[in-house]
Design a protein around this ligand. Structure first.
Ligand code: BGC
Length: 343
């Protein structure tokens, strides 16, 4: 189902596509920013709960600076110093996070109109043409993102692009999840599992030092699952620098596998995150300050958590980190899945 989602200040008409499955789940995606606007999941009593933060219309997304539901590229997370070298050439990007580049740096992908290539009850495919020099990155390509809602209550995000020159690519989705409902307050009592033995240590500006730190015996250990808030105020360097969790975990294993899980005792809704990427930024909404969102809700600090699957931050400057260089003609193809269930 397609409906009007409002008009941008530039006069662009945005649409909202709603997908439904037979299990009662429903999601909504806009062609403005390829943003995931709604994720309605039945709770343990069968009532539909919207588990992502967002806005009512395109104007909210246009004005927003927190990347609610955003498709982020070309390079999600940070590039230290706002520049990089590739094939002997230096590329300068916008320094929008101290001296560094965050989430593409400027001309964000979630602030552009995407073209809908196909849509039905179970999927919507969007494409963005990214020209050579876009945000300062070399190479031109069409970036395809397909959202699929399956009968297994999975929201599947498939990314596909083939650049015509060597470049960097690290796409992610920046949805903010609150499994008790987007308007329900803080997520500190919701439980999280992260399937990673280590995280990438970072400096005060969240740029990795290159070290992998084992989570054993630290507040970063989510391997067995614990409430988000249990250790979040610990006197621990990473948590002080990030003002809470805002770090990349080195996920165990390779190929498509579970990266994380989240559970709300209040609603009984559980989410499992699967990805084929090596890392995941777990971010606990530390920088949300009284943001007016959907249906009059006011979102505050730690009202949601993001599970941003990706190549490690600043990988372009770290010999030991995989990615995010994609060669000319090489296929960039990756899938992240958020699966919902009740208990
Ligand atoms: C970053 C945070 C940042 C947030 C923006 C996350 O991916 O790691 O530091 O504040 O995005 O909403």
């Amino acid at each position: 189902m397609k409906r009007d989602f409002g008009t941008t200040t530039k006069g662009e008409h945005a649409a909202l596509y709603t997908l439904k499955n037979k299990k009662g789940m429903e999601i909504a995606v806009s062609d403005y920013g390829a943003v995931l606007v709604k994720v309605l999941v039945p709770d343990r009593d069968g009532n539909l709960v919207d588990v992502v933060l967002g806005y009512d219309d395109v104007k909210g997304y246009e004005a927003g600076t927190l990347y609610f539901g955003a498709t982020v590229g070309r390079v999600a997370n940070r590039i230290g110093g706002g520049s990089f070298e590739l094939n002997g050439k230096t590329y300068k990007l916008t320094q929008n996070d101290n001296q560094n580049t965050l989430h593409g740096g400027t001309e964000y992908y979630d602030k552009r109109m995407w073209k809908v290539e196909a849509a039905d009850e179970s999927h919507v495919s969007l494409v963005l043409h990214s020209p050579d020099g876009d945000q300062g990155f070399p190479g031109e390509m069409d970036i395809h993102v397909t959202y699929t809602l399956t009968e297994e209550n999975e929201v599947k995000l498939h990314y596909h692009a083939v650049p015509d020159r060597d470049t960097l690519l690290n796409l992610t989705n920046h949805s903010y999840f609150n499994l008790s409902g987007h308007a329900s307050g803080k997520v500190l009592d919701q439980e999280v599992i992260i399937c990673g033995d280590a995280y990438t240590r970072a400096d005060k500006e969240s740029i990795p030092t290159g070290e992998l730190v084992c989570v054993e015996g630290t507040p970063m250990d989510f391997r067995k699952g614990k409430p988000i808030g249990r250790d979040i105020e610990s006197d621990y360097e990473a948590l002080i620098f990030g003002q809470g969790y805002d770090h990349n975990w080195a996920l165990d294993g390779r190929g498509s596998r579970q990266a994380a899980a989240m559970y709300s005792e209040q609603s009984g809704i559980e989410m499992k995150v699967y990805t084929d990427l090596p890392g995941m930024q777990f971010y606990t909404g530390n920088f949300i300050e009284s943001e007016r969102g959907k249906k009059g809700a006011v979102y505050r600090k730690r009202q949601a958590a993001c599970f941003e699957t990706q190549y490690f931050p600043d990988a372009v400057h770290k010999e030991a980190f995989e990615g995010p260089v994609v060669r000319a003609g090489e296929v960039y193809d990756t899938v992240t899945t958020y699966q919902f269930s009740q208990r």
